[in-house]
Design a protein around this ligand. Structure first.
Ligand code: GLN
Length: 488
């Protein structure tokens, strides 16, 4: 097989498998070859698992011969290295989990496995999902397929880059403050953060438990819907997964958007945004209007506090979640320590990277006696105000449209020494996590230099179908998604 399967959509691959034009083994081998040939330059994968993949592919081919049918049967996918995979190392891109081999699958992974998917390997990310550029991986940076001198976004940078590079039609990532939508925007692919509680987080290594959510990356909206179909469900193993019925998320695709009200929040068109980004997003909104949507200017008045609130809540939760890495139970343990305090302290000093330590210290500070009321409990109150802003807005509109990011992919190293600049790249994505609502990013254009631009759509909780419907309507009127980076 040639280049052909690389940029096929999941849906197209499904049809070829169904028609017997190729087997899952051939498809899997072709993508493994492509990864082998090209990923040296990009660093999207931390671990490729060819033996496991080919075994799964053979099993899928055998099941198909026996008459089994499932939309994901035999489809090769990639997984962010924050999701536990049974028998396959899962490091969260951290030295502290270097040798961690989970004895179980995350529920989202198990559901894909049951659906017959093939796992090509584990994808790079910022350590513990803390970052916006993939530069905080303890192992390697990932490069943007559209321009390898630039970052792919983060923290799910490997998941976005793998889809953009044609290594697989779809991947899973996670989003705590934008980590699916921001890299999707910067790599020119579709990324969906479902509602808080829509997808089980059992087996997802925790960063900030009131914000974390798992979701798909793909080249098309329809492919994202197919993945969401497979992973969305209540799970007895995750008490925060919601008892809300799921639907077939492909059913809403193709419905017209005439009469739908699209909100444009004033606060999301700010000074300092890249003009090409603003122009592309405004054009996209005009396209939605041309399809009959009604554009309504709205206000989300507490937006300016979102980054500050997020970096209090997320770091507080991280400091508590990451307390479990003590060198005693599992993960990295420093050698030659003389007592338990030294063991804790050296294991954590050596095991965690700079950014993770910065977050743990910030989080410990905002939770400590004397500062708790001044920072943490105040942040929780403002979080409620941000949630109410959305509730108010969704009384007037059905979806909200914004840029996904204020700029396009920046250069490797550019923001590494300036944490605040790095944090500000999430300014448009963070609020959705604070409010728990679903958000999606899809390509809406390119800069003159050929860098992708993302349009973000937000909807009320559990209205993923509406998000996908609007995104699909926009996607149909353009062929941004057909563009490919030159990799050879
Ligand atoms: N970039 C944000 C952070 O550094 C969001 C990360 C994420 O969504 N996991 O925390």
């Amino acid at each position: 097989m040639t280049d052909a399967p690389a940029y096929a959509t999941l849906k197209e691959l499904q049809r070829s498998l169904e028609a017997g034009e190729c087997s899952s083994r051939e498809l899997t081998q072709a993508l493994l070859d492509r990864i082998e040939a090209l990923d040296g330059k990009l660093g999207a994968f931390l671990r490729v698992t060819p033996d496991e993949a080919l075994q799964q592919a053979d099993a899928a081919d055998a099941a198909r011969r026996q008459g089994r049918r499932s939309p994901l049967l035999g489809i090769p996918l990639g997984l962010k290295d924050i999701l536990c995979t049974r028998g396959v190392a899962t490091t969260c891109a951290s030295r502290i989990l270097r040798d961690f081999i989970p004895p179980y699958d995350a529920t989202a992974v198990a559901r894909l496995r049951q659906a017959g998917a093939v796992f090509l390997g584990k994808l790079n990310m910022d350590e513990f999902a803390m970052g916006s550029s993939c530069e905080f991986s303890a192992w390697q940076p990932t490069r943007n397929p559209w321009d390898p001198t630039r970052i792919p976004g983060g923290s799910s940078g490997g998941s976005a880059a793998a889809v953009a590079a044609g290594f697989c039609p779809a991947t899973l990532g996670t989003d705590t403050g934008g980590s699916i939508r921001q890299p999707a925007a910067l790599c020119g692919v579709v990324g969906l953060k479902p509602t808080y509680g829509r997808v089980s987080r059992y087996g997802l290594i925790a960063f900030a438990s009131s914000l974390d959510q798992i979701g798909p990356f793909a080249r098309t909206v329809e492919d994202c819907a197919l993945l969401l179909n497979a992973i969305a469900a209540q799970d007895p193993l995750d008490s925060t997964s919601a008892p809300v019925a799921t639907s077939d998320y492909t059913e809403c695709l193709g419905r017209e958007i005439r009469g739908l009200r699209v909100g444009l929040p004033r606060e999301y068109f700010i000074d300092g945004m890249e003009p090409a980004v603003e122009a592309a997003v405004r054009r996209a909104v005009a396209d939605l209007a041309a399809q009959g949507a009604e554009i309504v200017e709205i206000s989300l008045p507490h937006t300016e506090y979102a980054v500050a609130v997020y970096y209090i809540c997320a770091t507080a939760e991280a400091s508590s979640n990451l307390a479990r890495y003590d060198g005693a139970h599992y993960g990295y343990r420093a050698a030659g320590t003389r007592n338990i305090i030294e063991m804790y302290s050296r294991s954590r000093t050596e095991g965690f990277g700079e950014e993770v330590k910065r977050r743990i210290m910030l989080g410990t500070y905002v939770l400590s006696a004397g500062f708790y009321d001044a920072y943490y409990s105040k942040a929780l109150k403002v979080r409620t105000l941000i949630t109410r802003d959305f509730a108010e807005a969704f009384r007037q509109v059905d979806v909200i449209a914004t840029p996904t990011t204020p700029g396009v992919a920046f250069r490797i190293g550019e923001k590494l020494d300036d944490p605040l600049q790095m944090y500000l790249s999430d300014i448009f994505t963070i609020s959705a996590n604070l409010a728990g609502i679903p958000g999606l990013s899809l390509p809406c254009g390119f800069t003159a230099e050929g860098l992708p631009i993302g349009l973000q759509l937000l909807a009320p909780a559990f209205e993923e179908a509406r998000l996908l419907q609007v995104a699909h309507a926009y996607e149909q009127s353009h062929d941004w998604w057909r563009r490919r980076p030159e990799l050879a």
